[in-house]
Design a protein around this ligand. Structure first.
Ligand code: ZN
Length: 448
């Protein structure tokens, strides 16, 4: 049998199926891809076809049209991939249904590769009479280019497949950026609402802070989180060669986030630290997930290291005019703070906090108290140093390590008491708690 004969038989199979479904007395809707030449299917086409079916069903549903989900049929044969289903109710009539499917094709970025056909209860095709333009040249009706063989089949196929591969990639990156940014928001909210916390703003009060409260954190979290998806997308668009040069790209977005934060909080620094840490984390999560299907924590940590290579030397060792808290602490105590943590690929998170949270297997309050305490035991927190001195930090670390080794709520409350008495707030450890939760969620709850 020749290829052409196989295609003709497959087409007849489709039409007999259509007649069979129409015999029930309902309108029928079908979808197939408009693939030139042969073969008319393959892994890329199949993947795109499945996406189109999902999108079409969503569009029909959005137009309040219901289809007979129990009797939908999908074929994959010589004529390509084919989907057919009966419409349970056609609402405002057949022409309106045709209009809705035409809108679907027109609104779809690759609508010219898709054919959605509508037939009435007698199996008669419903046509709006409009001729579709050729997907390649867009200058003539498609049927005209086909009859006159205006374009070589290889040329058409290459054009079509390139477009589909690009579209599927964009769709995947969109999906990744939505899910990853929602996990980042969740991790910030889990951290923010965790109560009680030592010295920090929580649901019970403002800790040792006089200029900020929970509402201010909600305000600034809402503002900065609107940038998260963009950071993931920037990471997904980064190549391996681009990674060592990515920091200014992340920083440029981070500076805009800071600007929005300060506008929203009227000049109060609520989340500058987390903007930096979450900024590089979101970027690297996008980079890692673009490269591999699963979230690989080692690959992620290595990417952070590459992005933040020599950060302490470049930014803290050189004298500047206006010194930030971090720079002052580095001068005075030789403590690298968040920059050092990032340069080394989050050793406090991967070496201490994440194993604690993973052992707990949940993100409930007690699991998060233990995770926070494990960080406070090892992190040289510049927020603590800024409000006290090296001896106080060391005392807090020793106390925290003891509580981490044998956790009780009473001992945890002692640490809260110590922070209140000393007027200190472990904001650096707290930011790393958010990052730990974020990585935990990426490992355990990432929807692909
Ligand atoms: Zn053409």
């Amino acid at each position: 049998m020749t290829v052409l004969e196989e295609i003709l038989i497959a087409r007849e199979e489709r039409e007999s199926l259509r007649r069979k479904i129409s015999a029930n007395g309902y309108a029928v809707i079908s979808l197939n891809l408009n693939v030139p030449g042969y073969p008319k299917t393959g892994p890329v086409y199949k993947q795109f076809f499945d996406v189109c079916i999902r999108q079409l069903k969503n569009w029909l549903s959005a137009n309040r049209l219901s289809i007979d989900l129990l009797n939908e049929v999908t074929l994959s044969h010589a004529a390509g991939d084919f989907y057919i289903v009966q419409i349970k109710s056609i609402g405002d009539g057949l022409l309106r249904l045709k209009e809705i499917t035409e809108q679907f094709e027109q609104n779809h970025p690759l609508g010219r590769f898709i054919d959605v056909d509508v037939t009435d209860q007698n199996g008669i095709f419903c046509s709006s009479g409009k001729l579709k333009s050729c997907f390649f040249c867009q200058s003539f009706p498609a049927i005209d280019c086909a009859r006159k063989q205006r374009h070589a089949t290889e040329q058409l196929l290459a054009f079509q497949q390139d477009n589909i591969i690009f579209y599927l990639r964009e769709l995947r990156i969109d999906r990744i950026s939505h899910t990853v940014s929602s996990l980042a928001v969740r991790s910030l909210l889990y951290e923010l609402t965790l109560t009680p916390k030592p010295g920090l703003v929580d649901r019970e009060g403002n800790g040792v802070h006089t200029d900020m409260d929970l509402k201010l954190f909600i305000d600034s979290t809402s503002v900065i989180s609107s940038w998260f998806a963009g950071l993931v997308k920037a990471g997904a668009g980064c190549s391996a060669d681009g990674l060592p040069k990515a920091l200014p790209i992340i920083r440029s977005i981070g500076l805009m986030m800071e600007n929005d934060m300060f506008l929203q909080t009227h000049g109060i620094n609520t989340q500058k630290g987390i903007i930096f840490l979450m900024g590089i984390s979101l970027f690297c999560a996008g980079y890692v997930l673009k490269e591999s299907e699963q979230f690989d924590p080692d690959f992620f940590a290595n990417s952070i290291k590459i992005v933040c290579n020599k950060l302490v030397e470049d930014e803290l060792s050189k004298p500047g005019d206006q010194l930030s808290h971090g720079e002052l602490c580095y001068r005075k105590y030789k403590v690298g703070g968040v920059r050092e943590e990032a340069e080394l690929g989050f050793p406090s998170v991967f070496g201490h906090a994440l194993p604690v949270l993973e052992a707990e297997k949940n993100t409930g309050s007690e699991a998060l108290y233990k995770t926070l305490i494990s960080l406070m035991g090892v992190v040289n927190d510049t927020n603590v140093l800024h409000r006290s001195d090296k001896a106080t930090l060391e005392r807090l670390q020793i106390m925290s390590r003891k509580v981490a080794a044998d956790f009780t709520m009473e001992a945890y409350r002692d640490i809260i008491g110590f922070c209140r008495q000393k007027g200190i707030s472990p904001g650096g450890s707290d930011d790393l708690l958010s990052i730990t939760i974020f990585i935990f969620l990426l490992k355990n709850e990432l929807l692909q």
